[in-house]
Design a protein around this ligand. Structure first.
Ligand SMILES: NC(=O)c1ccc[n+]([C@@H]2O[C@H](COP(=O)([O-])OP(=O)(O)OC[C@H]3O[C@@H](n4cnc5c(N)ncnc54)[C@H](O)[C@@H]3O)[C@@H](O)[C@H]2O)c1
Length: 340
């Protein structure tokens, strides 16, 4: 079978590799149909993802059809359409006991620490497999994983009906956070520095958008919330300055959700955290978000919503990655298909 193998930085090739097979009781063999490409994949291609080892088959946004399974697997049939949850972890760590397996020390991510979905067949554990209605197109189902990032960050921020949420950054993750926060009943303001992205946020349910090149964000949030400021600030721009600004943008009793992995230190005074009794939480990948997100997709509450702008057959992967390198501004979500 064919696999897109990254042998090292800037060295990607489509290779013939051995087709994996069911070996363990809880293995599920998946005929891959579509894989979404995310910014972190481009870091793997460029050699600046600190977690990856080479050679690596990328792909953590994966959907496909069940092609076989081990003897301990129940509730699945050959031909079922499934979304792959791209993480595995052991059963015995503090993180797991706290309901946060996504930060377990032994966490492994498909496409990063172990091979992912950019190949014709993939074997994963039964626990990683979530069935999805066949009526959801492959190129929409593949958005489930990025939507789970939004599910997790809104869960960590306890976003609920009536809350005011500021989402900084209107990239694919910011838009997914906007959609899920709206689905949870919140009012959402979105900031960015690019007008087109803000127009897209408006089309996806933002109540108010702010281009921070032209407008002062603190003033805009204050005006939007009648002086209260945002109950939850979710930073999907992940820059030192957006993280730092969050402390002035959050309301009393507010929550700041941190998605970024930037290592640049920023100066944060103690007073806003104490005086407003802020909660600052991290959000990494997701835990237990696939089933609720798939349910929202199946019921039509969330979907493609204009996010998938480019679809390439996997044989044209080089063209796809070249486009992402040369014109990232033209692409929201790019999907590689495998016979879909
Ligand atoms: N924690 C996690 O689990 C997790 C998962 C996926 C992505 N991420 C991170 O989330 C971030 C967003 O991902 P993405 O794919 O949407 O990235 P992206 O680069 O497409 O989007 C970032 C957006 O922020 C905007 N921006 C730039 N400067 C800004 C500013 N000063 N104020 C407001 N917006 C500004 C950009 O114009 C862009 O639209 C990335 O940093 C990514 O690493 C975290």
């Amino acid at each position: 079978m064919k696999a897109i193998v990254v042998n090292g930085p800037h060295d990607m090739r489509i290779e013939d590799v051995e087709r994996p097979s069911v070996r363990k009781d809880d293995d599920v063999l998946i005929r891959v149909r579509a894989v979404g490409v995310c910014g972190s994949d481009m870091h793997i291609l460029h050699g600046d993802n600190p977690f990856v080892s080479y050679p690596r088959v990328m792909g953590h946004e994966v959907v496909g059809e069940v092609a076989g399974f081990g003897s301990a697997v129940t509730g699945l049939d050959v031909g079922d359409h499934v979304v792959v949850e791209p993480i595995t972890y052991g059963d015995n760590s503090y993180a797991v006991r706290r309901g946060m397996p996504n930060v377990s020390e032994d966490l492994k991510v498909n496409g990063v620490h172990v091979d992912g979905g950019e190949q014709e067949y993939l074997v994963v554990r039964h626990r990683q497999v979530h069935r999805i209605d066949k009526r959801v197109p492959w190129t929409t189902a593949v958005l489930a994983e990025p939507y789970t990032i939004a599910g997790n960050s809104t869960m960590r921020g306890h976003v609920g009906a009536g809350d005011t949420v500021l989402v900084q950054g209107a990239g694919p993750i910011g838009i997914a956070v906007l959609r899920i926060a709206r689905a949870k009943g919140a009012s959402v303001m979105v900031s960015d520095v690019v007008d087109d992205k803000l127009d897209f946020a408006l089309a996806n349910g933002a109540e108010r958008v702010v281009n921070t090149v032209r407008e002062n964000l603190v003033d805009a949030v204050s005006e939007w919330t009648n002086g209260e400021m945002a109950n939850i600030v979710i930073d999907a721009a992940c820059l030192p300055q957006t993280f730092q600004a969050s402390f002035d943008l959050a309301s009393v009793a507010g929550t700041i959700v941190v998605l970024g992995m930037n290592t640049t230190p920023v100066g944060i005074p103690q007073k806003p955290i104490m005086a407003k009794q802020l909660t600052v939480v991290g959000s990494r990948l997701q835990a237990f978000q696939f089933d609720p997100i798939i349910h929202m997709m199946e019921s039509g509450l969330i979907g493609d919503d204009g996010l998938v702008t480019h679809v390439f057959d996997y044989k044209d992967a080089q063209k796809a990655f070249d486009l992402l390198d040369a014109h990232p501004e033209q692409v929201k979500k790019l999907v590689l298909t495998f016979g879909a």
